[in-house]
Design a protein around this ligand. Structure first.
Ligand code: NDP
Length: 273
């Protein structure tokens, strides 16, 4: 940051109008009495490299990155956190002495959301649906937590197989729709976009899932997806996807502004209304 300037951060994406990040960070800035700002900036894919060059010399403390730039951005920074390297994408850049440092706070966001929801990893299988960017962050978090038996299910099986090859022997690929995968599971994660906006719910019958299992959905619009409803109806504990969004923002806020803000019910309410 340039001397004497107000602390500023932003989120970039293309498009960017839908992003909830400005509302979240602005809420915390006010709560903590920090005179700073957090804006949204539309950056076209063709202009991403130039944007990153300017970032070194500008007055932003850092940025968050959303679709479609998370993978491309990884090659444009000077240093990448090992967890982010493992994911293959960054969602946070900190500017320090004109150097760009890349992080992936989605990994923390996913793990912290599970932890705050009461989930403690045991020695039992975890089932993950999806093989896109969000699934990659979730898988890195689960492996980092020590998960040894992850059943990966994706509509396009080849993508799941590639991921399993890359991430190692803790992952086993199961066919899309094979509900036997749910037997004995301690956790089911939806990392697909199924259920988004209340459309196309995950087409899985959760009957084989133990009632002791936790179910989490990365989709947070709506908060209560069809999958979470089905899980709650059968008595499983559920953790919605808004927490992941808020906790990834919590760590990014700390990187930018130096304080770890609180994720509260009031924040959740203010973001979803
Ligand atoms: P990607 O586009 O990278 O991946 C999409 C995934 O969804 C793929 O596995 C894809 O399968 C699957 N999918 C899409 N449509 C269907 C369908 N009709 N039937 C079966 N599978 C389908 O997206 P992301 O990984 O970035 O995001 C996934 C979801 O996670 C989104 O809803 C996003 O909003 C949410 N998310 C939430 C976050 C949070 O903080 N809560 C953070 C990041 C993402 P296939 O490979 O076969 O195409």
């Amino acid at each position: 940051m340039l001397k004497g300037t107000m602390p500023k951060a932003a989120v970039i994406g293309w498009p960017i109008h839908h992003s909830l990040s400005p509302a979240i960070h602005t809420y915390w800035l006010k709560k903590l009495g920090i005179t700073g700002s957090y804006d949204k900036m539309a950056v076209e894919p063709e202009k991403l490299a130039a944007f990153f060059q300017d970032l070194r010399h500008g007055d932003l403390l850092g940025i968050n990155i959303t679709l479609p730039h998370k993978e491309e951005a990884l090659s444009l920074v000077d240093w990448v956190d090992p967890l982010a390297q493992h994911v293959g994408a960054i969602n946070t850049v900190v500017v320090k002495d004109r150097q760009l440092l890349g992080y992936n706070t989605d990994v923390y966001g996913f793990a912290e959301n599970l932890k705050q929801g009461g989930f403690v990893l045991r020695d039992a299988p975890v089932v993950v649906l999806g093989a896109g960017g969000a699934a990659r962050a979730g898988l890195v978090a689960l492996l980092d937590m020590g998960a040894k038996d992850i059943r990966l299910i994706n509509r396009s099986r080849d993508k799941a197989e590639k991921l399993a090859q890359e991430f190692g022997p803790s992952l086993t690929v199961i066919d899309w729709g094979d509900e036997n995968a749910l037997h004995d599971a301690q956790l089911l994660v939806n990392a697909t976009s199924l259920g988004l906006n209340g459309q196309n719910d995950v087409p899985l019958d959760l009957r084989p899932l133990p009632v002791t299992a936790f179910v989490t959905d990365m989709v947070y619009k709506p908060l209560q997806t069809g999958l979470l409803r089905q899980a709650a109806d059968k008595g499983c504990r559920t953790i919605d996807g808004l927490g992941m969004l808020l906790y990834q923002a919590q760590l990014a806020f700390k990187y930018f502004f130096g304080a770890l803000p609180e994720v509260t019910e009031d924040l959740r309410r203010s973001v979803i209304t």
